[in-house]
Design a protein around this ligand. Structure first.
Ligand code: HEM
Length: 131
């Protein structure tokens, strides 16, 4: 079997993001949370996530937002982030292998850990994240 390629182009990112969120939407645990917030705004969300990963992986600064605030008050805990990460890593592995593929999984995991710890921090404190 041919060796898989690495993530090298914006089309690779589109394939990864489109497939990942397709799987997210079908996931029984986290799908409904995404659907409830995003509703009919999926095209915009996907465009934003192409820019986010283009910025994270290629250093092309097309994403200028702040990733954490939309997650601050979501009804999520560790098992939701585990589900997110399982889908993210299996989607990366399905299409790609190489340095950027490893980096995509590593960054996804770091962000998931950071988001969960911030969510738990704000739940146990009276301070609010900047919006
Ligand atoms: C269970 C885990 C997660 C859930 C339920 C979740 C849910 C969401 C939802 C509903 C939005 C859309 C907000 C809106 O447009 O109204 C969003 C945006 C976003 N998510 Fe997540 N997310 C999760 C994990 C992650 C992780 C681990 C990352 C890091 C790679 C991430 C990165 C982002 C980014 C960059 C945005 C766009 C933020 C902006 O508006 O600029 N999410 N997420």
């Amino acid at each position: 079997m041919d060796k898989k390629k690495d993530i090298t182009t914006i089309d690779d990112i589109r394939l990864l993001v489109d497939t990942f969120y397709g799987n997210v939407r079908r996931d029984q645990l986290i799908g409904p949370i995404f659907e409830g917030v995003i509703g009919n705004r999926w095209p915009e969300h996907l465009q934003k996530m192409y820019r986010f990963w283009q910025t994270a992986l290629f250093g092309e600064h097309t994403y200028l937002g702040r990733p954490f605030p939309p997650h601050a008050e979501l009804p999520v805990e560790k098992r939701h982030f585990d589900a997110w990460l399982g889908l993210w890593c299996s989607t990366v592995d399905r299409f790609f292998e190489g340095e950027k593929a490893e980096e995509a999984k590593w960054r996804g995991e770091k962000m998931a850990v950071m988001f969960l710890s911030k969510i738990n921090f704000y739940r146990s404190s009276t301070s609010k994240p900047l919006t």
